[in-house]
Design a binder for this molecule. Structure first.
Ligand code: NAI
Length: 290
């Protein structure tokens, strides 16, 4: 096992940001995605993100080149044997995530750690069926991962005692704020955020305008309005997280899945990643942390 190597599986909105985070902290990053276009564009997307930091005077050109040189796109989890930590950021789907972890545990060293960036799926359920369930944790980054300080760290009932100190040590150079969270659906932030989205969606269904609600919440001091936040997260991801919480909480009305959110996800206008959302691009807002 190479303590300087990290694996990232899934190179969408979150995965590419997580690659940037670890490569910027000095790690060698092995990155992969099941979709060829996501792999093919990964270096270009990372370079574009770094270039905007260089342009803003937040990064030197030399550092940007060094960060890029530390990232290697590989052909699937089977190529991740050396990593000390493998983190998945693929679709919010339990069987898909489980399949990735069982592929990973066949190749990585016994003292390497598996982590999920899930927003809402219980870590214990993800660990079921693994040969070594004790080395799986939740490591929940926020969007955009390079800018957001918080990472929720989630142990489950059978997490092995050596795992958390090792994760904390690996995360130290990354400089994020790690908060221990219970292995409960939505952990802390996504659970607390549900009423924020829910009330806004209820008002939308009552005929209020999304743009007006965002403007009101911004003027009230929030960094982003609820619809700009859904556009940033992705309506599909937000829907999956809400459905996951709703299921896990036995359909409790606090986690109601609003028809307006379902319709938005079904429309394909998912937000920033598709170029159109509830309010994006008319009301772009600025991502938190930037
Ligand atoms: P996304 O839809 O932007 O990207 C998912 C990526 O995973 C895609 O590139 C897809 O090709 C890839 N993928 C799907 N199945 C795969 C497989 N079997 N093997 C390898 N790659 C595969 O999704 P996003 O937004 O990056 O979310 C990823 C995870 O992060 C989800 O679990 C989500 O709940 C979580 N998350 C999302 C946040 C957000 O704001 N979007 C914030 C924090 C966590």
């Amino acid at each position: 096992m190479d303590p300087t190597a990290i694996g990232v599986i899934g190179l969408g909105t979150m995965g590419i940001g997580i690659v940037q985070v670890f490569a910027s902290a000095g790690y060698q990053v092995l990155a992969t995605d099941s979709q060829a276009p996501a792999c093919a564009s990964a270096n270009h997307r990372l370079a574009a993100a770094l270039a905007s930091r260089v342009q803003a005077g937040k990064l030197t050109e030399t550092d940007s080149i060094a960060i890029l040189s530390r990232v290697r796109v590989v052909d699937g989890p089977a190529r991740m044997a050396p990593v000390a930590l493998a983190i998945e950021a693929v679709v919010e789907d339990l069987p898909v995530k489980r399949a990735i972890f069982s592929a990973l545990e066949r190749v990585i060293a016994p003292d390497s750690i598996l982590a999920s960036n899930t927003s809402s799926l219980p870590i214990a359920q993800m660990a079921e069926g693994l040969a070594c369930p004790g080395r799986l944790v939740g490591l929940h980054f926020f969007n955009p991962a390079p800018a957001m300080k918080l990472v929720e760290l989630v142990a489950h009932a059978d997490t092995a005692p050596w795992v958390l100190p090792q994760v904390r040590a690996l995360m130290k150079p990354v400089g994020k704020t790690l908060i221990d969270c219970p292995d409960r659906p939505g952990f802390i932030v996504n659970r607390c955020a549900r009423p924020f989205y829910g009330e806004a969606l209820a008002l939308l269904e009552e005929g209020r305008s999304a743009a007006a609600m965002d403007a009101a919440m911004l003027a009230a001091g929030y960094r982003l309005g609820p619809f700009s936040l859904i556009d940033l997260v992705g309506a599909d991801i937000n829907l999956a997280a809400t459905e996951g919480l709703n299921r896990a909480m036995g359909g409790h009305p606090r986690y109601h899945v609003f028809a307006a959110l379902r319709a938005q996800a079904a429309s394909g206008n998912l937000g920033r990643k598709t170029g159109k959302g509830f309010v994006f691009p008319d009301q772009p807002g600025s991502p938190p942390g930037d």
